[in-house]
Every structure is written in structure tokens, then in C-alpha cells.
Design a protein around this ligand. Structure first.
Ligand SMILES: [Zn+2]
Length: 336
């Protein structure tokens, strides 16, 4: 049966080749919830600031493509505010936004014995994720018993694990995410904590039936060990590299080294870039020297200056993300 390639943005389904530069893991809006309780720097509720930040990203993207796409990786019950996110999308020309469903790591939900993930069946949880993808994300971010669907659908599913451990809560989330991905054809983009459990995420999700090439193991640059990264890639999964200019953790040379070596080893078609600028102090609109525009503004020119093949740089910024964020099934849902 004929299959039209589509990516699911909050403004509707689009031809993936129109996504332009794809920032595979970032944050434009987050309004409250656990991370903000842990550190108020995570509160990103200002639409004007988000418009400014996304505008800078699109401007920097124009060197490489006609448009820019931000994949906003705020998952269920973590402060999603689709009305604000959609307003950002409407106000920035040539900006696409892909919103997520799925889950963060357990710590972000604070006390979890009472959380609905710990009470519902895996099928019930999966159905909530599927509805976010097919019908529209809950206006209330699954924070309470009343669900009202916005017209804004999720186009990616988040999976997350803790530092060196996958908790029971996280494994339940992972099972539900796998079911939702298989059912809808939406890709899975993960959070690893400090780059740990990446190999386990890939193996377990593949074991649950998710096609390897629909899984991207995220924040993995923190584990700057090319042997380890190759093991993940050899499962067939993708890598997502972000944490740009996060000098308190590691210099950017580590990311550039990973990108160079993995490209030379032939894995360059399965690597995504993001910045994960999920705090006010990581965004130019709030006064930082770095922000959501880092990949097209700084990384791209740097890689060219350091002798990377220009077609590889174009893949990293543009082509790879357009392939990864293509929905596997016909987006009507069910026939593929
Ligand atoms: Zn993030």
C-alpha cells in the first residue's frame, strides 16, 4: 500500500523534507511540575521569550535549510502546556514544533507510589500515549482526572532512565512507550542520565518489539566513550547528541570528537543533534550566551572549519532528523 512519508508537528502532519534543520531534543515551553519543583530554573512559561529563542534558532537554520524544527521533549505530566507551545509555533515564521508524549525519569515525578503510572495497567498507560499521538495532547498534561484534548498531537515518544539503573516505574513507562510506538509508528527519543543505561534502553526497547531504527538514545554524549557508543549503534538504534556548551560537565571537544569518529566509522546517518537547553540559564532569551540555536549557529560552522565533510554536516543538521522523525505508519493511524 502506498505510504506517504509524514512527520507529525503540532500544526499538523507535514512532508519531513520541509522540517529544515532539526533540533532533536530541546525545550521551548515547560510550565510547572516536578523539574520546576526540583529547580525553578526549569520554568519556561514565557511565550515571548520562547518566541525570541526559537526565532534565533530559525535564523541560524537558514544557512543550512529553509526552516527549522524544534522537538520539544517535555513528556507527560512534566509541565506540557500545548496552548503556549502552539502560540510560539504560530508566531515564529518557518518554525515547526514536534511535541512529545511518554515519560521522564522517575525522580522528576517526585513521590511515585501514588502516581497513576504506578496504578494503571501498562495497556491503560499505552492508550493514554496513543491518544496524545492520534487525538491530541491533554490540555491538562495528564495532571488530573479530567482529560480535554487539544488539537495538538504528539509526534514523538520519550523514554527515560535513572543514573545507572532502570527503576520499576521507568520500566513500566518503557513498556507503555513501546506499545504506543508499535501501534502508532511514532519514534522513541530517550533521556539517559549522564549517558548511562543507553545500551540497556536500546536492547530492552528492541526486545519489546520496537524497530531499532525508530529508537534514538539521548543525551548520550555525556558518556564520551566511542566504544560504548558503537555498541549502541550496533543494535541498529540511533544516537542523539546534545548538551551543547555544558562546560560544567565536559568541553564541546568531546561532542565534536564523538561526531568525527562515529562519522569516520560509518555511523553518520544515525546521529541526531539537539542542545537540550531546558533551563532559563541555558537560553539567550533569558540572558545566557548559549541557547537553542547552538547546532546551526556554532556546531555546524565549527565542524566545517575542523574539516568535516560538508555532506556529513548537512546530514547531522538536516537530513538525519528528517528521516528519524518520520512516522512509520500512515498517520491516519492504523493502516500502513
Ligand atoms: Zn531535555
Amino acid at each position: 500500500m502506498a505510504h506517504t512519508a509524514l512527520a507529525r508537528t503540532i500544526a499538523g502532519d507535514v512532508d519531513p523534507t520541509t522540517l529544515g534543520v532539526v533540533n532533536a531534543h530541546d525545550h521551548l515551553i515547560r510550565n510547572g511540575a516536578g523539574e520546576v519543583y526540583i529547580d525553578p530554573d526549569h520554568q519556561l512559561d514565557d511565550v515571548d521569550k520562547a518566541v525570541e529563542e526559537a526565532g534565533r534558532f530559525v535564523s541560524a537554520s537558514r544557512r543550512w535549510a529553509q526552516a527549522g524544527t524544534v522537538v520539544d521533549m517535555c513528556p507527560a505530566n512534566c509541565g506540557r502546556d500545548l496552548e503556549r507551545l502552539a502560540e510560539v509555533g504560530r508566531r515564529v515564521p518557518d518554525l515547526h514544533i514536534i511535541a512529545s508524549t511518554g515519560f521522564h525519569r522517575e525522580k522528576v515525578y517526585l513521590e511515585t507510589r501514588s502516581h497513576w503510572v504506578s496504578r494503571y495497567s501498562v495497556d491503560q498507560i499505552a492508550n493514554l500515549l496513543i491518544a496524545d499521538i492520534r487525538e491530541g495532547i491533554d490540555r491538562h498534561d495528564y495532571s488530573g482526572p479530567i482529560v480535554e484534548r487539544t488539537p495538538y498531537k504528539a509526534g514523538v515518544i520519550k523514554v527515560a532512565t535513572s543514573y545507572g539503573v532502570i527503576t520499576d516505574f521507568e520500566r513500566t513507562c518503557m513498556r507503555a512507550a513501546a506499545l504506543a510506538s508499535i501501534e502508532t509508528g511514532a519514534p522513541i527519543n530517550t533521556h539517559t542520565t549522564f549517558g548511562t543505561c543507553g545500551l540497556e534502553q536500546a536492547r530492552e526497547l528492541i526486545g519489546m518489539g520496537v524497530p531499532a531504527d525508530q529508537i534514538a538514545i539521548g543525551h548520550i554524549q555525556r558518556n564520551a566513550d566511542v566504544y560504548y557508543l558503537r555498541q549502541i549503534l550496533d543494535t541498529g538504534a540511533w544516537l542523539e547528541i546534545d548538551g551543547t556548551y555544558r562546560i560544567k560537565y565536559q568541553p564541546d571537544t568531546n561532542r565534536i570528537m564523538e561526531l568525527r569518529e562515529l562519522g569516520e566509522l560509518g555511523y553518520g546517518k544515525r546521529i541526531l543533534l539537539g542542545t537540550d537547553s531546558g533551563k532559563r540559564s541555558y537560553q539567550k532569551a533569558y540572558g545566557s550566551v548559549t541557547g537553542v540555536d547552538f547546532n546551526p549557529a556554532v556546531d555546524g560552522p565549527r565542524m566545517l572549519e575542523e574539516g568535516f565533510d560538508p555532506s556529513y554536516v548537512q546530514d547531522l543538521l538536516v537530513g538525519n532528523g528528517q528521516r528519524f522523525f518520520t512516522m512509520r505508519k500512515d498517520v491516519r493511524g492504523d493502516q500502513s
